[in-house]
Write a protein that binds this ligand. Structure first.
Ligand code: GLC
Length: 506
């Protein structure tokens, strides 16, 4: 079992290297740019940085299409820059997690190139090859808007290869023990650089079997346990965080008895938060919380409201999916895969009260909160951009053309801008969203019980108000556009309050 439980009370922050801070004038953010902004993250209260993939990649899926697990994308810098980043984080008593996509590689990965050329060679069996493009009919297509099959014909090898995501992302073959070995080598290589853990991307999909949907299979779970044992033995403080966008009961599988993942993103909760706003009704949150089993003692949820992907609606039932589309998708250009590619502020209609209410939920619901870069200043999105790039535009440090992100006049992704939407414009204003978020983060840290305390639902007496007790605090959230008088306290429209329970009882 891991030696320390730091992750159960940490504030996480997700940044995309390419969109955070450019130090070369190329229009693309760099690792050195991240180093330059560590003091900002420290000031904000961040304990652990999560970096999305920065490896060599053709960037057809923003780096989740890895071409070499052991090298840094040249646009982002060098291995020495990465090592310096880790050292600078440690100096500030901060931690770092990186992202590993182990389900698939890019077609440009050397393994795949060898595999397609030589079926009998050392890499011949590294991917899932077959002659039958109808095999595994039960396995769903994830990017339904971009792909119509999970198989892609490869002219060179004269066979089909299997892919869950884009056709340029062939799935690795986990029935091959050599692939397991590669995984452990990759984990060791990065852990030896001083990481604190990994987000394991698309983890439910490692194995395929005939006749089943191919998600969260026993074989996949067994391999996860193997990774966990490997880390526990060799890097006992390292944590594993699962991206497992699964129905609630299957999501729990990724915790196991505390012998699988330390953390799992709370995909079951996330859409319910948006639902409560759309309905002016707190019951979706009460209901999902009532259905949530208690976690093993050494585990923790990763609470999030937005990330680099679409606001996914894959696991939401038909009725609620239409509700969420009608509430949050005014225009079809914002649709990406089965979900909505928008940032938090636009989703909340740029209504400060709603944005703050969402942050209050993020910081008080069970779990450790994950902040998504740019949302703390209320950044807008650019829905004219392809795929999910709408929510991946450069961080806005200052007002003006390059937003303090770049000196280039042609950034790789356009700067969205907006009056008042930059760190420089908000940092000295105590009323700004940035300072309100920061104060809330400090408040959360002042109540470390919020890391692990159980969720105790409280009857609020009003359909639009969520009330619960956690760790000595009574937390109240009003999803209505009207003032609600709860007897002991009045909540303004979209108001929230964290009240010490003793005070509430007086
Ligand atoms: C994960 C990532 C997503 C990526 C996909 C395929 O879901 O979060 O951005 O497109 O995996 O790698």
């Amino acid at each position: 079992m891991s030696g320390s439980f730091w992750f159960r009370n940490a504030i996480f922050y997700q940044a995309l290297v390419g969109s955070f801070k450019d130090t070369t004038g190329s229009g693309v953010g760099t690792l050195r740019g991240v180093i330059d902004k560590l003091d900002y993250l420290k000031w904000l209260g961040v304990d652990c940085l999560w970096l999305s993939p920065f490896y060599a990649s053709p960037m057809r899926d923003d780096g989740y299409d890895i071409a070499d697990y052991y090298s840094i994308h040249p646009d982002y810098g060098t291995m020495a820059d990465f090592e310096e980043l880790v050292a600078e984080l440690k100096k500030r008593d901060m931690r770092i997690m990186t992202d590993l996509a182990l389900n698939h590689t890019s077609i440009e990965h050397e393994w795949f190139q060898q595999s397609r050329l030589d079926p009998n060679g050392p890499y011949g069996d590294y991917y899932v090859w077959g002659d039958d493009a109808q095999r595994y009919p039960e396995i769903r297509i994830i990017f339904t808007d971009a792909e119509d099959s999970n198989w892609q014909w490869d002219e060179t090898r004269g066979q089909y290869y299997f892919h869950r995501f884009y056709s340029h992302q062939p799935d690795l073959n986990y029935d091959n023990p050599l692939v397991h070995e590669e995984v452990f080598n990759i984990l060791s290589f990065w852990m030896d650089k001083g990481l604190d853990g990994f987000r394991l991307d698309a983890i439910p999909y490692l194995y395929e079997r005939d006749g089943v949907g191919g998600e969260s299979l026993p074989e996949t779970i067994e391999f996860i346990e193997k990774i966990r044992r490997f880390l526990d033995e060799n890097y006992p403080d390292a944590i594993m965080l699962a991206e497992a966008n699964q129905p609630p009961s299957e999501t729990m599988e990724f915790f196991g008895k505390g012998d699988r993942f330390h953390m799992v993103f709370n995909f079951p909760l996330m859409p319910r938060l948006f639902q409560a706003f759309a309905l002016g009704d707190a019951s979706p949150i009460y209901n999902i919380m009532a259905a949530m089993p208690t976690l093993p003692e050494n585990c923790q949820w990763g609470t999030f409201v937005r990330n680099h992907d679409e606001l996914t609606l894959e696991m939401v039932d038909e009725g609620n999916r239409s509700l969420l589309y009608s509430a949050y998708l005014p225009d079809d250009s914002m649709r990406a895969h089965v979900g909505i590619a928008r940032r938090l502020a636009p989703l909340m209609g740029q209504d400060r009260r709603k944005i703050e209410l969402m942050y209050s939920l993020l910081l008080t619901m069970p779990g450790s909160p994950f902040l998504y870069y740019g949302d703390e200043i209320g950044m807008l999105d650019d829905t004219s951009l392809p795929d999910r790039d709408a929510v991946r535009t450069p961080m806005q440090w200052e007002p003006g053309p390059g937003a303090g992100f770049t000196t280039s006049s042609h950034p790789r992704r356009p700067i969205v801008g907006g009056k008042g939407i930059s760190v420089a414009e908000q940092v000295d204003d105590p009323e700004s969203l940035l300072n309100v978020v920061r104060t809330m983060v400090q408040e959360r840290k002042a109540h470390p019980e919020l890391g692990t305390a159980p969720f105790e639902a409280v009857e609020s007496g009003h359909i639009g108000v969520l009330a619960f007790e956690r760790g000595g605090l009574l937390c109240l959230h009003n999803f209505c556009d009207e003032t609600v008088d709860l007897g002991m306290v009045e909540l303004g429209p979209y108001g929230y309050a964290w009240i010490p329970v003793e005070a509430a009882e007086d």
